[in-house]
Write a protein that binds this ligand. Sequence first.
Ligand SMILES: [Zn+2]
Length: 417
Amino acid sequence: MTGRKPVEEICSDLIRFDTTNPGSNERPAAEYVAAFLADLGLEPAVYEQIPGRTNIVARWPGRDPELPALLVQGHLDTVPADAAAWSVDPHSGEIADGYVWGRGAVDMKNAVAMTLSAVDTTVANGQQPERDVVLAFLADEETGGEHGAGYLVRHHPELFEGCQAAIGEVGGFNVTPSVFAISVADKGLRWYEVREQGIAGHGSMVAEDNPIPKLAATVDRLIAGEQPLAVTEPMRALATSLAGRPVTAAEDVLDVLETRTGPFARMLAAGARNTVNVTMTGAGYKENVIPGEAWARFDCRYVPGFEDDLHEHMTAGEATLLRRSPAAWTDHDGEWFTRMTEALAHELPGSTAAPYVFSGGTDNKWFQRLGMQTFGFTPMLLPPGYDYPAMFHGVDERCPVDALQFGARVLAGLMSR
Ligand SMILES: [Zn+2]
C-alpha cells in the first residue's frame, strides 16, 4: 500500500511555493510540510529565528527508542531562477514527459517530497520506524544556513537528542547503471581577496605604477594550472567500485572518475582536488584616471585534510582570507553506510554503493557540530543520459518521476527496517 498522495504531486506542490533565497521566504512551504505531517499523526513544531524563515522539526517515534536516532534533513529554500531562460514557468511544478519541472526539482524539494512520501506510505501501512527519526525541513541553506540548520543547532540542539547519523544532500544517486554514490564528505570553503596598490595619475601619461596589470599577473599566477590531486579514501573506494579492480594511485583514481561516470565526471573530479576560481574583480572609476588600487576575489574549495595546502597557495599570492566554512567528514566503514547500501540494493538488486567527496558545501557542516555522522543520501535511480549535476541551480531543472518514486521507497525502507 502506498500513501495518500503520489510523491511527484508532493514535489510539484512544493515547487509552486516560491522559496527563492535571497528574496522570498520559506513559511508557506513550511506550513504545507507541517500540515502534511500533522495529518499523518506526527507533531511538527515551528522554529523561526526571524519571521518567515521557517523551520519545521518533528520527532517520529520508533519501535525501539533505545536505538540511536536518525535525522532526515532537507532544505526548503532554492536559488533564484531567471524565468526568461526557462522553457516552463520555474514555479509551475509542471509534471510532463516523465519529469517534475521547476526550481527546486533536484535541489532539493525532490528529497523533501520523497521524505514526506516515505512517512505517508509507512503510516498508511500501519508501520512505525525502527528507531526514532527526526525530520527537519530547513530554511536558508542556499546562503549558508544561518537561519536554518545553523539556528537550530546553536539554539535548539535538544531537538536532535540521540541522533547518531544525519542524511541530507548530495548523494545516493547512481553514477553508472549499478553503482550508487553516497557522499561522506563535503569540501570546505575559503573566500579570498587580493588587493594591488599603485600610483594614481592621469591616463594620458606614461603610467608610473598601474595596479591593474599587477592584479592581472597575480590572478593569473593564482589560477594557473590545476591544484595538485587530493585523493582521499572515499574516492579510492568509488573508483575501485567503478573499475571492478583495486584503484589506489591518485592519477588512476581521477582517470576512472573522469572516464566512467558520464555527466558526473565534472562534479566527482572536483572532489579529488582543491579548486581556485576568480569570481569578482574591480578597479578604476574613469577612463582617463589610472586607479590607485585594483582587487579580485576568489572562491576556493578544499578537500578535507588539504586546507593548509590551499592556504599556502593563496597566501603566497598575498591573498587575504574573507570567509571560511568548514569541510565535513564521516568515515564510510560504519553501519550506517551498510544500511544505506542495503536499502538501495533492496530496491535495485545487484547494485552497490560507494562513498565520495562532494564538491560543494551543505548543512552537514552544522549537524557535524553535534557529533553526528553526516551523509549525502537523497536516493534516486536516474535514467541514462540525464545530466543530473547540470540540474543543480540550472535552467529547466527537472526530476524524473520514476526517480522520485524509487527514492521514496528506499527512504521508507531505510527508516522502517
Ligand atoms: Zn541544496
